[in-house]
Design a protein around this ligand. Structure first.
Ligand code: SF4
Length: 359
């Protein structure tokens, strides 16, 4: 296999094979990759770089699981003095009240897997947001949370999703995917929803008309083959459903967790991962650099490596990555600031809604 043969495949519109993608991870010069990923991005989206006005709500960080990469979770029996929290609906109401109508288009809700909460809790949460802010898009619950809701409430996955949808859920975030390769998933994510279940939940959501997103946690103990395997499973599912809107590579951050002995990957490896993802995932339209995790400066650079989306304003409403060592200890960007940093990269800022329609 040579770069020339991969280049010919890309130029003629052929889909990259698993072997070709691994070869790109291992052998492609960075500038070679950047040029091709950037060209693919430009062909898909022109100069547009998307962002939205969103907040996160993390109802609790008490969790029945103990993923080794996670700095966010606390055991269900831990208390505030241990850094645990369990927000009430009033807390959520107070958060929503901070935003006058027209200043917010999305609420992103994910958190720990609380042992006492089934689908009834998820429904009540969606209904609460819907009653307070009927105009706002509710993107909520990772597949891991949904899997637990189903088990706790004695429902199948489709019934669980249907009930959440009927209560106001609009789409699914991409969390909980981590890495699908079973051996690595077992090492880093213990007993939580296996890969096939994560994929089943997203497939069922797509069948029910709910769009979703997909993440990949990289830069810990996985191999390049594992990353390509992960993306290939997503690509296969997307061929069937067309329900994924964006792919979001998430770099492993190494503070305050059980894998802290592992070094973080250097920025070049982030850029390489974004570029290979843009070339390999020919059927997922958007590639997102989540600035909260990557840092603003690096997320801006990622716009030249196939990325067309920076996520949103966030407004200091998430703790998941700041607790794990991300640079952004107070993650908040105004719309104006997001526009400025996108313009500084020579791109056209486009505010989008959660379904990627321009606002
Ligand atoms: S990653 Fe999610 S499921 Fe795993 S311990 Fe953290 S909060 Fe719980």
């Amino acid at each position: 296999m040579t770069l020339e043969s991969i280049d010919r495949a890309l130029t003629s519109g052929q889909r990259l094979t698993r072997e070709q993608a691994v070869h790109l991870f291992r052998e492609a010069p960075l500038e070679w990759l950047r040029e091709r990923a950037d060209a693919r991005r430009r062909a898909l989206h022109g100069d547009a770089a998307f962002y939205n006005r969103n907040i996160h709500f993390e109802p609790t960080n008490k969790c029945v699981y103990a993923c080794r990469f996670c700095a966010f979770a606390r055991r269900p029996d831990q208390t505030e003095s241990d850094g645990a929290w369990d927000h009430s609906f009033d807390d959520l109401g107070a958060l929503l009240d901070r935003y006058p109508p027209g200043t917010l288009t999305e609420v992103h809700i994910t958190g720990g897997v609380h042992p006492d909460r089934g689908v009834e809790y998820g429904e009540a949460l969606c209904r609460f947001v819907r009653s307070r802010r009927p105009e706002v898009h509710i993107k909520a619950f990772t597949a891991v949370e949904i899997s637990f809701f189903a088990r706790k409430s004695g429902l199948n996955l489709e019934q669980t999703l249907e009930r959440l949808r009927d209560a106001g859920l609009d789409s699914l975030p991409g969390g909980g995917a981590e890495i699908f390769a079973p051996e690595v998933r077992r090492k880093i994510a213990g007993g939580k929803a296996p890969a096939h279940q994560w994929l089943d939940i997203h497939e069922a959501a797509h069948r029910l008309g709910l769009k979703s997103n997909a993440t990949m946690l990289y830069g810990h103990v996985e191999s390049h083959e594992d990353r390509v395997d992960h993306m290939e499973r997503l690509r296969e599912l997307q061929d069937r459903t067309r329900g994924f809107m964006s792919f979001i590579p998430l770099r492993y951050r190494n503070e305050n967790n059980a894998l802290s002995h592992l070094p973080e990957v250097p920025p070049d490896e982030d850029f390489r991962t974004f570029a290979v993802a843009r070339l390999f995932l020919d059927n997922i339209p958007h590639l997102k650099a989540y600035w909260v995790m990557l840092g603003v400066s690096q997320a801006c650079q990622a716009l030249h490596w196939g990325v067309d989306d920076l996520d949103g304003t966030v407004d200091d409403s998430t703790k998941i990555y700041s607790m794990a060592g991300a640079e952004e200890k107070i993650p908040a960007l105004s719309s104006t600031r997001l526009q400025e940093i996108i313009l500084a990269q020579g791109r056209n800022p486009v505010e989008r809604n959660s379904l990627y329609r321009p606002v």
